[in-house]
Design a protein around this ligand. Sequence first.
Ligand code: PMV
Length: 335
Amino acid sequence: MKPALIQQKEYVKKILKSRYYNKSSTESITTFKSANIALIKYWGKRCDILNLPLVSSLSYSMNGYGSRLEISLNKEKDIIIFNDNILNLNDRKAKRIIDFLDIFRLEGEYFFIKTNNNIPTAAGLASSASGFASISNGLNLLKNWKATNKELSLLARLGSGSAARSFIEGSLVYWDCGTKEDGLDSFAESMDIIPDFHMAVIIIQDKEKKILSRDAMKISLMDHEKREKWKNEQAQDLEQAINALKHKNFEEFGSIVEQNSTKFHNLLFNSKPKIIYDTDKTIIMKEKIKSFRKSGLPIYFTQDAGANIKVIFPQDSLARVQKLLDINKVQYFIV
Ligand code: PMV
């Protein structure tokens, strides 16, 4: 067994204790978890094996948009069906899922997994968050762990960092990077602030992104100085964003969110090699949003590791935003 897998299994056993050895049910389990969109980004790791983040982050739950999962035991080998396609087990996506299952697998245990996303996959719409959150909860139900949201967050993080934030619906979620080497203090929690804004997810392309977040994180934060600067500025952005939320200052909050996203993409652009997730349409859309704002609409964008754009705006601006997006023939959905 690889040393990394041994360390991951030890970590999981610290969380689940004797439950780790629970036998899987012979029933088939179905579950659903929503994706989430980072408003202050998680980017960079302080430990690769335990997937511990370098910085804390803040996200918005995409209530109802995410991954539906069916899981049951299978004989002799894993079977993974992803958006109605049976995956070759050497496929990049299948391998990632199998690596995650290996952490929890008891001897001779194989799984049948069927998962469907109702959001475009791997286009910077956080489908890995809902994907690994739903697999974690599927295992939780199959193995009767009766895990809490905190435990699920600690477990799902091993599959995809952002999955740690996908156990809370209808809310803003804060994921603390933690400081402990054992990783047990790095989990996400609901914030006690009810968001009074909406998000529109603007679909620019639904093709898969070429560079995975985990690779892009490494490349963009290789330089020690850049890494330290990013880490310090993230802490400041988070503090200011939370303050703005507490004072119900949406415009202040929105501009911190937009600046955080822009800073993140500048970091990518300035790395060697350059990492660019923008398409021409992305750039045009961001300019349009700025011009909507100049015309008096409080609307701010954020962009993850993909070409798509998400905008946030106050709830009472919904009709105006919908009208503007419709006029501009934008493909979108509101969360
Ligand atoms: O969870 P990962 O490894 O796919 O990384 C997510 C990174 C961003 O989506 C760009 C930011 C975030 O906080 O979700």
